[in-house]
Design a protein around this ligand. Structure first.
Ligand code: DAK
Length: 254
């Protein structure tokens, strides 16, 4: 692949968007490869750490040079490709940690928001800059940002097109943690390590309950949670986890 680097290490895979000449902006080729790289992860991958190459940028948005001359039909195609790729990342059977190592702008901010958890380096900058280019967010930003930070702040970010820094992103709940740039990958790997030490079937069940439940009314969401909870009892990990606790030993999950 030309624009994406994949490194697999047991249950953890690292996917790096690698277009440093354009601050890792996503063109159609990079988006297509990104989709393929998630689709082709090895069976044993449980957690994916997604980052950008270099120390300056995670993803500086969709590739403006490529987008500029798109016809309306190609723009719709691009939007569908971006939306499908991001939805597959969000709904896939992996936990995805965005290690935001610099600019996360436009489509880059939207990509980070499609991940399950976001860690940021202290030099990271976030923004939905689209209105300055004469467009509205097209890769899910108008939907995911208000769900993460609330409608008021999301509207402020989208309507002004201003960037916010990592400290502000932490304050409003857009990121989970801020680290020194040199420690970002180490912190992401440590978090991945904690997740893979637990029952993965239970982690995925919880992911499904959280993601689907957020789009339901309370009554339906609680019923859905009960369904998911019940399904855990048909997994070996439930018996193993509880037996290990009662016998004062460490669980050996599947
Ligand atoms: N696209 C293409 N090239 C980019 C780029 C981008 N988004 N961002 C940076 N680059 C390129 C620059 O053109 C420059 O290339 P050369 O001139 O060296 O050839 C190189 O990366 C280095 O950038 P700068 O020289 O500008 O670096 P600075 O440190 O001075 O500034 C910056 C860094 C991140 C502040 C600046 O590059 C910048 O403002 N970049 C643009 C950020 C931006 O506006 N991003 C949001 C893009 S809008 C949709 C589909 C998708 C979307 C919406 C709708 N539909 C189809 C419905 C998504 C939209 C977006 O993501």
């Amino acid at each position: 692949m030309e624009n994406i680097i994949v490194r697999n290490d047991g249950a953890v895979s690292e996917i790096t968007i690698n277009r440093p000449q354009a601050l890792n902006a996503l063109n159609i080729a990079a988006l297509t490869e990104l989709r393929e790289s998630f689709g082709n992860l090895p069976q044993e991958t449980r957690v994916v750490i997604l980052t950008g190459s270099g120390e300056k940028s995670f993803v500086a948005g969709a590739d403006i040079r490529e987008m500029k001359d798109l016809s309306a039909a190609r723009a719709r195609e691009l939007a569908r490709l971006g939306q499908t790729t991001f939805s597959e990342i969000e709904r896939g059977r992996h936990v995805v940690i965005a290690a935001v190592n610099g600019y996360a702008l436009g489509g880059g901010c939207e990509l980070a928001m499609a991940c399950d958890i976001r860690l940021a380096s202290s030099n990271a900058k976030f923004g939905q800059l689209e209105v300055g280019l004469g467009i509205a967010p097209g890769f899910g930003g108008s939907q995911r940002l208000p769900r993460l930070v609330g409608k008021g702040y999301a509207k402020q970010m989208i309507f002004t097109g201003e960037m916010i820094d990592a400290a502000e992103a932490l304050r409003i709940g857009l990121v989970n943690q801020v680290c020194e740039p040199a420690e970002l990958m180490q912190a992401s790997r440590a978090l991945a390590g904690k997740i893979i030490s637990k029952s993965f079937s239970a982690v995925l069940a919880a992911k499904e309950a959280i993601d689907n439940g957020l789009n339901m009314d309370d009554e339906s969401a609680f019923r859905f949670e009960a369904e998911i909870f019940g399904m855990c009892f048909s997994e070996d990990d439930q018996r193993e986890g509880m037996d290990a606790f009662l016998n004062k030993r460490q669980p050996g999950f599947k």
